[in-house]
Design a protein around this ligand. Sequence first.
Ligand code: ADP
Ligand code: MG
Length: 729
Amino acid sequence: MSGRTLAELTGFPVDAVKYLKGRRAAALRKAGISTVADLLLHTPRRYIDRSRTVPIHEVELGEEVTVIATVRRVGTRRPRRNLAITEAVVGDGVSVLTVTWFNQTFRERQLTVGAEVALSGKLDRFRGKLQMKSPAVDVLSSATESLVTGRVVPVHPSAGEVSPGYLRRAIHNALQRARPIGDPLPTAMRERLGLISRDQAIADIHFPESMEDQGRARARLVFDELFRLEVALALSKQKMIDRAIGISHTPTTELVERFVSNLPYQLTSAQVRVISEIRDDMVAPHPMHRLLLGEVGSGKTVVAVASLLGGVEGGYQGAVMAPTEVLAEQHYLSIKDLLEQAVMAPAVEGDGAELGMSSLFGQESSDRPVTLALLTGTSSEVSFRPPGSARRDDVLGWIADGRIDLVIGTHALIQEGIRFARLGVAVVDEQHRFGVHQRVDLKEKAGDLDPDLLIMTATPIPRTLSMTLYGDLDVSELDEMPPGRPEVTTVHVAKGPPDLAEAYERVREQAEINRQTFVVCPLVEDSAKIEAASATAEYERLQQVFPGLRLGLLHGQMRSADKQTVMQSFRDGHLDVLVCTTVIEVGIDIPHSTVMIIEDADRFGLSQLHQLRGRLSRHSGPNWCYLVAEPATEEGEARINAMISTNDGFRLAEEDLRIRGQGTVFGARQAGLSDLKLANILEDMDTLVTARKEAFRLVAADPDLDRHSEIRKEIRAVLGDEVEWLFIS
Ligand code: ADP
Ligand code: MG
């Protein structure tokens, strides 16, 4: 390969570039541009194509346009105190135009006489003269220096105080010195994919001759970004397989079969398929790293429990990790329920009768009870003791000596405090928070053998997103809903009457026929206490609104046993309305609930709204979800509209991505994501698929990238510390 590589260029500080010394270099570093490579990857935010701009005399009055002209004259008047009018006269060789700005005296410095500028705004006629008021300005070239004579002029995003014009010159200079830039892609691959060379692409993304050239340059650089990411994922997957000594589970099928046959319904064929995919992985000697994708309500919990029992059958323990304590408690409850249904929860020691659980054990009792523990920062509980009565140290001891089969807890606990006798399978309730790092931590904590890992997405995510966020995992998809799920009618209502009165009428009407309502109170960021207080106030208020109805209250600050009591009486139909916080978000399943009122719905995230609504429509009969909101932000409004327009979680997740932007969705979730600057994972889906295929093929053929050392160096250099672990042997 000839030329300097991107990896090498990460070794040159921006100060090495003419025009970028001292103060400017410092400003750039502050904006995240510290090396020549960063500078070359700082691509224009838009382009002004001279061939597509309109001569001034052809512009229609009142139309938004961009015109290109040369500055003839510029000056500032101060007709009175506090008012400075900067006026420039510009011409394009045929017509002249007067441009004015108010109190923007810096324009005088920006628009030097002779400079070529692009002005974007509306054209008017004032006293017979053409004029533009306060247009946006891009300086294309100054009078003294016409570096940019091309047809297409790039406009780079300014970086701190460093203006687009400066950046353009600096990048031009950097390019001249850095070129030719070497290409790490094998020529054969490049040709097969019809991509232009790296050198051409980097030159053309900054200074294209035409927009077609720019398009080809972008295509190549988007591929590069996605390819780097996917190679990192492929390496990560390879590494997990290589390094690991997994467990070959030997399921007897005894527990799983009993569990499945005692369910009150038939598994969907998707569930059956996914359970067997997971089982195959568990039986195989390599550790499982599998992602379970499925719409809200598609029945992921049953699949998870079946997988856990598969491990228990062979003598291993299982763990379920939830991102928050509340969710851990809920998983504990729903898994306990499922095991009780299947008559495999052990009898409660001591007085279980008062808990209403004794009847569950009256049926044919099992020879192999499955023991369950809940362990979070604030509670510890086991299924064979009355709730809340197990001491934390005892629980830890029982996990360590193997007396407990399944532990439900939070991520932190599983990572830090617990020693397992034989952890065989871990289910992670993802919530987009469990990164590659934690996966590695978990393996390290589990000892010599790597437990099998099943990651459940609590919300459906678009395929594109799963490929980037979880590209190193195998994927199972529950693409079929259990039968008989009616759609929910979602209505946006205003805060006061009459809208709200109508919703309340629905609550009363449904209560008449023994149907139930959730009233979800607003989210209070970072304060469970305030959240609880506002739910309590709403509970009191609604008692006035619904004098004849039976209301219950549920929030995260209540004691675990109290929560369970309230949930149980709601489930048993002893309550008509449950006023609650988002504690009900995941996993709660109330057969007769048909109405949900979500207050201040615009303050919830889209996936959270979808989760909440997913509590309905679990059984037959029409359902209503009322979103009470007067959205204060555009985003809030967009979320409400999205909820009304579809019940499809995958579409909502895509919409979420669109509304929030990929940057915020990814965060620092996965190495390489912050490297996506040009690529848009929704729009560049095809390229993503191609990049992924090529990346995995490459790594399969050359696992340590020994024969592709330039690719290896580049990933290390560009993706940085986050991928370092991939290269440590
Ligand atoms: P999610 O995928 O959102 O976690 P759950 O596991 O909570 O979904 O299941 C949603 C509801 O569907 C629960 O009430 C569960 O009992 C029920 N369910 C799961 N599988 C089936 C099935 N095959 N047939 C009917 N109901 C099912
Ligand atoms: Mg669930």
